[in-house]
Design a protein around this ligand. Sequence first.
Ligand SMILES: O=C(CO)[C@H](O)[C@H](O)COP(=O)(O)O
Length: 244
Amino acid sequence: MASAVETGKKAAAFRAVDENITADHKVVGIGSGSTVIYAVERIVQRPELHHIVYVPTSFQSLQLITEGGLKLGSVEHTNRALRFPEIDITIDGADEVDKQLNAIKGGGACQFQEMVVAKAAKKFVMIADYRKKSDKLGTQWTKGVPIEVVPLAYKVVINALKSQLSMKPETITLRMAVAKAGPVVTDNGNFVIDAHFGSISDPSKLGREIKLLTGVVEVGLFCNMAEMAYFGEADGGVDIWTRK
Ligand SMILES: O=C(CO)[C@H](O)[C@H](O)COP(=O)(O)O
């Protein structure tokens, strides 16, 4: 039997696909993570969505698209026939979401490509299980805000995070790999720093400040981007939040 969390993830993903992706769409962005697996499962179940080109946000989602037999595209490709910088809708997971639909993302270290594919989309929808709902960003996902950095700059970025922000981080860690010696290396060849701030009073401001630090590629704070968030409940119900 599926666990409560998996039931929630699947319910959110299926409902978001059914209510947001239509046969009129030409290009759809596919996020990364364990919830997105269910979104692709639902798309594969619906033949009327198979003419659409799907743009991945990681090696993981590229594999989901190709193994599902779906059409693969990219925001950038030397072959114009495979290049799709304009996306109808992107569906992606999240690590924590507040009532304004600001989100922490990057638990899977994919936040840079996720940001590109979300920004390229006319509509951005998030899918998650009930654990990801938050009153105040930074209180549920306590591993920290994921920050992708160019490897040679990681110490410089850590020092800047300690001294140059309007909010002081409580903890800062270089994310280490599991089953491989050394740090996590992203799909873009970079490292990830996780900086935990506790409750974040102004996520947009903090995101802008971090993004300006030399060596930072992308910050896992997705503010004022998502129009809707689908949260799957343990009983298979779905709570839908819409940005006001
Ligand atoms: O941002 C992400 C990866 O970088 C994921 O979307 C986020 O971590 C949520 O993952 P999951 O669906 O497994 O909870």
